[in-house]
Design a protein around this ligand. Structure first.
Ligand code: NAI
Length: 480
């Protein structure tokens, strides 16, 4: 029986391994993590992450051929294939701070694999790591190998949170990079055979190690660039009276461009886009390519600009101050159908409003109060380190309250900001909400999900991104 072990029971390791276990009943899969609470949650009825369809898959396999354990060393030493899916945050200190990936977690995982291994292993890089990491890991493993043969593969994960299970069931492609030696090719085949249980062969792409690593960074950079492109257009639409939805619809009809990722919004978030682009920028700089580095940096700058613009719209429409005013924040996760808040634009928008002394009442169907308080009290980049390294018991901010209902959040509020496109926000009783708010009542739709005409009819002053401006906002500056 082939044994697989995955180090890192996070957003990637958990769902990916659960699907491998489901599709390959004859393979035994163990998911291990240094975080004991995370493993306990995976073994409980309340999984540590929210992902549509995940519960069913885990329930079908857990205890049969899928196991979650904190006995990292035991499972690694027994495995034939070891996936490494640990976090790879942006460095906060030292060389490359603010851009380069911090490989502390990766390196300690690699050293542990070398320490505990007694038989040959295929080590699969699942985390997104900057180009040439596999080579570094290979060095750690072979210099500590005690005669054991390690083959390193890069198998970047392309799943998107919120649709992870669907993406894993029917991936656009599976990418496997490996050495071009006979041993390397044999390892590639072993991993390809795992995916071939359910992925058609023509969707499994095999490349060399570096192409696989760089392709993942490139894919995320291209996706983020599309969002920044349409967001840049949204600013121009507001200035000129065009409607960004009409523009993006017309643009997306071009089959060379396509409609996906062309929705204007308050900005992209999530654990990957910014981190991966910063890595790309760093790699370009290290390779003497400042023009290329600046080109990609601009994608992040437009994203920051979009969040700043949104906050400025709010403050300037509300008589240039939100001090002491209650603002309801609907949605805190970085997108719908996930409870993940890493790099969510909501953090920057909330911090911007708190900077102007607003009182925030926050509601998200999947994000806990503790998480929100922690996010709002954290420094940039701290979020991707394990919880025990993050600020402990964040001092609950007086200006922030977290509630469990959109109606409670909006009661007596002066304004509403929609920051995540949860479906339930489309069907709220906005008349009831309006009746319970201070007047004039504002809605700032950062995801373009509300029916603007209907809300204006009720009496709201509505701002939606990239749309013709409400009379009220016309002469107000968007950027300070
Ligand atoms: P995560 O932070 O949810 O999970 C990582 C887990 O690794 C944590 O539970 C941590 O406790 C554990 N860990 C760290 N060091 C360890 C060690 N030495 N031994 C055992 N466990 C250890 O991270 P997530 O989101 O799953 O991301 C993992 C990687 O996958 C990152 O490189 C990310 O860039 C990449 N990725 C993430 C995607 C996403 O949508 N979240 C999509 C595709 C790739």
């Amino acid at each position: 029986m082939v044994k697989i072990c995955c180090i890192g029971a996070g957003y990637v390791g958990g769902p990916t391994m659960a699907v491998i276990a489901l599709k390959c009943p004859e393979i035994q899969v163990a998911v291990v993590d240094i975080s004991v609470p995370r493993i306990s949650a995976w073994n409980s009825d309340t999984l540590p992450i929210y992902e549509p369809g995940l519960d069913e898959v885990v329930k079908k396999c857990r205890g049969k051929n899928l196991f979650f354990s904190s006995d990292v060393e035991k499972h690694v030493s027994e495995a034939d294939i070891v996936f490494v899916s640990v976090n790879t945050p942006t460095k906060t200190q030292g060389l490359g701070a603010g851009k380069a990936a911090d490989l502390t977690y990766w390196e300690s995982a690699a050293r542990m694999i070398a320490d505990v291994s007694k038989s040959n292993k295929i080590v699969v890089e699942k985390s997104t790591v900057p180009v040439k990491t596999a080579e570094a890991i290979e060095k750690i493993l072979t210099h500590n190998s005690k005669g054991i043969n390690f083959q390193i593969l890069s198998n970047p994960e392309f799943l998107a949170e919120g649709t992870a299970i669907q993406d894993l069931f029917e991936p656009d492609r599976v990418l496997i990079g490996g050495r071009e030696t006979p041993e390397g090719q044999k390892a590639i085949k072993a991993l390809r055979d795992v995916y071939a249980h359910w992925v058609p062969m023509d969707r499994i792409i095999c490349t060399n190690l570096w192409s696989a690593e760089l392709s993942k960074l490139a894919a995320n950079a291209f996706l983020a660039q599309r969002i920044s492109s349409v967001n840049a257009m949204s600013a121009l639409c507001e200035a000129t009276g065009a409607d960004v939805s009409q523009v993006s619809h017309a643009v997306g009809k071009d089959t060379r461009i396509g409609p996906k990722f062309l929705n204007a919004s308050v900005g992209f978030g999530g654990s990957c886009f910014q981190k991966d682009i910063l890595n790309l920028v760093y790699i370009c700089e290290c390779n003497g390519l400042p023009e290329v580095a600046n080109y990609w940096k601009q994608v992040i700058k437009v994203n920051d600009y979009q969040k700043t613009r949104f906050v400025n719209r709010i403050v300037s429409s509300m008589f240039n101050t939100v001090s002491g005013k209650k603002i309801a924040i609907l949605g805190f996760a970085f997108k719908k159908d996930t409870g993940d808040t890493r790099e969510t634009p909501a953090i920057d928008v909330c911090k911007g409003l708190l900077g102007d002394k607003a009182m925030l009442s926050i509601y998200d169907p999947q994000v806990s109060e503790e998480q929100i308080q922690r996010d709002l009290s954290m420094n940039k980049f701290d979020w991707d380190h394990p919880v025990h390294l993050q600020p402990t018991s964040p001092s609950s901010m007086k200006q922030v309250s977290v509630v469990w209902d959109a109606y409670a959040a909006t009661k007596d509020a002066h304004g509403i900001c929609i920051l995540t496109e949860w479906d339930e926000f489309k069907t709220l009783d906005y008349q009831k909400i309006y009746d319970n708010m201070q007047k004039p009542a504002f809605v700032f739709d950062g995801r373009n999900i509300v029916d603007v005409a209907k809300l204006r009819e009720i009496g709201f002053i509505v701002y939606s991104i990239g749309k013709p401006l409400d009379e009220w906002l016309k002469d107000m500056p968007a950027v300070a």
